[in-house]
Design a protein around this ligand. Structure first.
Ligand code: NAD
Length: 261
């Protein structure tokens, strides 16, 4: 296990459950590993069933309590089925992390209606209806719950079409608005909701980008490196932990300083 998490006690999520969407790759997968290493019971959800089998199996072999559920978050029936699985298999749902998303990089005149529907179906509607399903269960749970939605620095800066386009950036700005809006509406209901704004992170989402462009991106960041999935998982652990018990409706920039420029 990576040193990144040594700040957190080994049992700090013992007895707690977490549902993670987009858990078969990148930050979602690393977040599943991080929660499992701290004693949580983890539900890994993704549309990539091969990845779920492989990485869920690896975690189970290491002794972690891990479930895997196939879901397409752009399909409301599939989201309902994911929550039915949680209802049937977990005592209650304590934490939700929404990582599932697609990135697109089309120039303005290449983006048609179908493109926006596809991106927003996954990134925006998928996030909202996953949050809705979890929040419904958490408000009925006497111990409440924590929600972290992974947005993006592109939701604040915008996307110019080179690595992220307008449709993607707008979906992430919308994700930030979902977090603020739900935080307002659930005030006083024992459910904390926050956003994470990752900066450019070296994950499979960017596997198509050439190394020379990654080097340029890294060179432009104040920290002079791209983020890693474990940087993001550590921030998510923090937001779900008791150490963040007074952090509410916030967006944590874990971005190597990209917002700072
Ligand atoms: N990598 C970056 O530089 C970066 C920067 C800012 C924000 N983010 C955000 O971080 C989150 C995680 O990104 P990542 O870099 O780990 O990406 P990734 O591509 O490695 O992982 C995304 C996962 O989401 C899953 N997914 C996609 N569509 C889905 C759907 N319809 N239903 C269910 N699962 C679906 C994929 O199968 C994949 O496993 C995303 O929300 C992304 O937008 C990434």
């Amino acid at each position: 296990m990576l040193d990144t998490y040594k700040t957190f006690a080994a049992d700090c999520f013992a007895g707690r459950t977490v549902l993670i969407t987009g858990a078969a790759s990148g930050m979602g997968l690393e977040t599943a590993r991080a929660f499992a290493s701290k004693g949580a019971e983890v539900v890994m959800a993704d549309r990539d069933e091969t990845g779920l089998d492989r990485y869920g199996g690896e975690l189970r072999e290491s002794g972690a309590k891990v479930h895997t559920v196939a879901v397409d978050v752009s399909n409301p029936e599939s989201i309902d089925a994911m929550f039915s699985y949680c209802d049937a298999n977990l005592r209650h749902l304590d934490n939700l992390v929404t990582c599932a998303a697609i990135i697109t990089a089309k120039r303005i005149f290449e983006q048609d209606w179908a493109h926006w529907q596809r991106v927003h179906g996954v990134n925006l509607l998928g996030t909202f209806f996953t949050v809705q399903g979890a929040a419904k269960r958490m408000v009925e749970n006497s111990s409440g719950g924590n929600i972290v939605c992974v947005a993006s620095d592109a939701g604040v800066h915008g996307g110019g079409g080179l690595i992220a386009d307008t449709a993607y950036a707008a979906s992430k700005a919308g994700t930030l608005s979902i977090v603020k809006s739900v935080a307002r509406e659930l005030a006083g209901r024992k459910v904390r909701i926050n956003a994470l704004n990752p900066g450019p992170t070296d994950s499979p989402m960017h596997s198509h980008i050439e190394q020379s462009l990654k080097d340029r991106i890294a060179g432009n960041l104040p920290m002079r490196r791209m983020g890693r999935p474990d940087d993001m998982a550590a921030s998510i652990l923090f937001l779900c932990s008791d150490a963040a018990s007074f952090v509410y409706g916030a967006a944590l920039d874990t971005d190597g300083g990209s917002m700072f420029r």
